[in-house]
Design a protein around this ligand. Structure first.
Ligand code: 13P
Length: 347
C-alpha cells in the first residue's frame, strides 16, 4: 500500500474549497429518478445524462471529484471520448461506487445490510486499472423513536464498511465511508443525533480494529436532522450546531475530511445548512474544526438540473447551468458565503 499517495488523494478531494458530485446511482435508482421526471429509462438516456453532467462548463472550479457507477465508468461521450478522459480533462478525480446495494437484513424487519464484499478485491483492481482513485460504499440505517436501529444492524454495517475500506486501501483507492442515518420518519433531531453518534462510534471502532488508515479515508455522513415527518423542524443554525457537536464527539482528528450526503433534503436547504456549519464552525465554542468539512451531494446537486433537462436535448445548456450553479452555491457554503442573493444569481 502506498499510504502517502492515498493520503494525498484524500486531502486533494477536500482541498481548495471544493466538494464532490455523487453521480453514482445504480441503474435501478437512476431509472426510478428518470421515471419520476418523465424520462425514458434506457441505457442511452443514462449515458446522455451522465455526459451532460461531466461536460458542464467549469464544473471543476467547484468540484474536485465525481463518483461514478460501474456502467458510467466504462461509457464514452457521443463522440467516442471515454468518460474517464472527459473527467480527467476537466480536472475531476474519479471515484466509483463499489457496493452492490442495501438488502433486507435477515431476522431484522425494517433494516438493511449493504452487500458487495464477495469478489471485491478483484473488482477494485479492475476499477484502479480503469482510472478510479477513490471509492464509495453506503450503509443505510433506518431510525425510529424507539426500536430502530438495532445494535446488530449498526455493527453489521460498520463491520462491512471497515472490510470494504481496508480492501480499498490495499488496492490503492481512498475509501469514502458512508453510513447514512435515513431522514425518513417522525423521529426528532435529538434521536437522529443519538443514533448518528452511536453509528459513527461503531464505524470508527471497526475501522481501527480492521487496520484502516484514518488519514487515508473520507467520512460521508448524514447531517443531524429531524425526520421528514417530525413536526418539529430546525433552523440551519440548529442543524449545524447538532451536527458539529455530534461529529466533534466521534470523528478522530486524523480523518482529513468529512463530505456530507444530502439524503433527500432540498438543494437550497442542503446548501444553507452546510453554510451554517462553516459559520458555526469558526465560532462554535471557539474551536476550529480538525477536518475539512465539505459535500458529496447527489440529489442536491443533480435534481434541479434533471428537472430542467427532462430528457430533452434542447434543455442541455440550461440544465448544465443549473448544475454548475448548485456546485457554486455549495462551494460558497464552504466559505460561509452562501446567501439568498447568490442563490438567485443564475448565469
Ligand atoms: P444524496 O446526496 O442524494 O443523498 O446522494 C449521496 C450518495 O452518494 C448516496 O449514496
Amino acid at each position: 500500500m502506498n499510504t502517502r499517495a492515498l493520503i494525498e488523494t484524500a486531502q486533494a478531494l477536500v482541498a481548495g474549497g471544493k466538494g464532490l458530485l455523487a453521480m453514482d446511482e445504480s441503474n435501478g435508482t437512476c431509472n426510478r429518478r428518470f421515471a419520476s421526471a418523465g424520462i425514458a429509462q434506457t441505457a442511452a438516456m443514462r449515458r446522455t445524462w451522465r455526459e451532460l453532467l461531466l461536460t458542464a462548463p467549469a464544473l471543476g472550479e467547484s468540484i474536485s471529484g465525481v463518483i461514478l457507477y460501474d456502467e458510467t465508468l466504462r461509457q464514452h461521450k457521443a463522440d467516442g471520448t471515454p468518460f474517464v478522459q472527459v473527467a480527467g480533462d476537466a480536472g475531476l478525480l474519479i471515484g466509483i461506487k463499489v457496493d452492490t446495494g442495501a438488502k433486507d437484513l435477515a431476522a431484522h424487519p425494517g433494516e438493511k445490510v449493504t452487500e458487495g464484499l464477495d469478489g471485491l478485491r478483484e473488482r477494485l483492481q479492475a476499477y484502479c486499472t480503469l482510472g478510479a482513485c477513490f471509492a464509495k460504499w453506503r450503509g443505510v440505517i433506518a431510525v425510529d423513536e424507539a426500536r430502530l436501529p438495532t445494535s446488530s444492524c449498526i455493527e453489521i454495517n460498520a463491520h462491512a464498511l471497515a472490510r470494504y475500506a481496508a480492501l480499498c486501501q490495499e488496492a490503492g483507492l481512498v475509501p469514502i465511508i458512508e453510513p447514512e442515518v435515513l431522514m425518513d420518519g417522525q423521529h426528532t433531531q435529538a434521536r437522529c443525533q443519538q443514533v448518528t453518534e452511536a453509528v459513527l462510534r461503531s464505524v470508527f471502532e471497526q475501522l481501527t480494529r480492521q487496520g484502516v488508515v484514518l488519514e487515508a479515508m473520507l467520512l460521508k455522513p448524514n447531517m443531524v436532522l429531524a425526520g421528514l415527518d417530525c413536526p418539529a423542524q430546525h433552523t440551519a443554525a440548529e442543524v449545524a450546531q447538532a451536527t458539529l457537536q455530534c461529529l466533534r464527539r466521534v470523528v478522530p482528528a486524523a480523518v482529513p475530511g468529512i463530505t456530507f450526503l444530502s439524503g433527500g433534503q432540498s438543494a437550497e436547504l442542503a446548501s444553507s445548512r452546510l453554510n451554517a456549519m462553516h459559520v458555526a464552525g469558526t465560532t462554535c465554542n471557539g474551536q476550529a474544526l480538525p477536518w475539512q468539512l465539505s459535500f458529496s451531494f447527489g440529489r442536491a446537486l443533480q435534481h434541479p438540473a434533471l428537472a430542467i433537462w427532462a430528457g430533452d436535448e434542447a434543455n442541455r445548456g440550461a440544465a448544465q447551468q443549473a448544475l454548475v450553479h448548485r456546485a457554486r452555491c455549495n462551494a460558497a457554503a464552504l466559505r460561509g458565503a452562501y446567501s439568498a442573493a447568490l442563490e438567485a444569481q443564475v448565469r
